[in-house]
Design a binder for this molecule. Structure first.
Ligand code: PAF
Length: 284
């Protein structure tokens, strides 16, 4: 079993990073909520190509979960995660407690307007405020040269880019391609909630996005492509569809209703039983 150093306080994290920087080493950070899978390990692999040292964090952040969401049920397993990170060549795991991150009296909020408002911002009120807050804290605490986030959470990635630019946080944000199962399903810690029957249906989300991309490239209108995508998800058996939309790839503003002229991103979120799946694809 390979071991990885685990620190739980900001002071210990800063001491480790300061020693590496003093030795002239670049540091990359991979923030996660644990329950790691191949997708997370691909983020670590990418981080390793960008810096001599890689820090991963595991923190199931309460402020990004709504009152009726899965904070308590979210899968946790630090020992297994630590082993996976060590095997992937990660140098340090930062695994703080809730008290370390949100001390008594904590009262700061961050609101990234615009890009965080539609899509998941509308479906999960308060979610991106919590994400922006914890990511800002992690980046300030660690002070990495680069930080890697998965494109599976595409809107989150755009919110974080905006946050870092607006707050002058000196870090390069890198998006990593979505890791997928052989049948196309985007890897996600929440896939663990799917029943065998739901797992059969789940790849229809990626399939609908792929088909939508094909139609957009063929010149079909955004309006038609979105309607066809929604219908495909309903037919496949998704019970509730939060959105299936074609958006601008950077600011996520609406495109259409006619054919697209430049690049676009198609984003979708839909529910299967108690699991909410999200996925997205680039066009152009
Ligand atoms: O994508 C995630 O796992 C989380 O939203 C993040 C970025 C680690 C913040 O808690």
């Amino acid at each position: 079993m390979t071991a990885i150093a685990i620190v739980r306080t900001v002071a210990d994290l800063r001491a480790a990073v300061a020693a590496w920087k003093k030795a002239g080493e670049r540091v990359a950070m991979v923030p996660t909520m644990g329950a790691l899978h191949e997708g997370h390990l691909s983020l670590v692999a990418l981080a390793r190509t960008k810096a001599e040292r890689v820090v991963a964090s595991i923190f199931v952040n309460p402020t990004q979960f709504g009152p009726n969401e899965d904070f308590d049920a979210y899968p946790r397993g630090e020992a297994r995660d630590a082993e996976l990170l060590a095997g992937a060549g990660c140098d340090l795991l930062f695994a703080p407690t809730v008290a370390q991150m949100y001390a008594p009296g904590f009262s700061t909020r961050i609101d990234v307007t615009g890009v965080s408002e539609p899509l998941d911002g509308a479906a999960r009120p308060g979610h991106f405020g919590g994400v922006a807050l914890i990511v800002a804290k992690l980046l300030i605490q660690c002070g990495p040269d680069v930080a890697v986030f998965g494109e599976k959470d595409y809107q989150q990635l755009q919110v974080i880019k905006r946050l870092v630019e607006d707050l002058d946080i000196p870090v390069e944000i890198i998006g990593a391609p979505t890791a997928r199962a052989p049948d196309g399903l985007a890897l996600s810690s929440r896939n663990a909630y799917l029943t065998p029957a739901e797992r059969e249906i789940a790849p229809a989300l990626a399939a609908a996005l792929t088909e939508a991309g094909r139609r957009l490239r063929a010149g079909e209108s955004v309006e038609r492509v979105e309607a066809t995508g929604l219908a495909a998800l309903e037919r496949a058996g998704f019970q509730k569809i939060d959105y299936f939309e074609v958006r601008h790839p950077a600011d996520l503003s609406r495109l259409g209703p006619g054919p697209i002229e430049g690049e676009a991103r198609i984003l979708a979120a839909a529910h299967l039983g108690k699991t909410r799946l999200i996925d997205n694809m680039a066009v152009g």
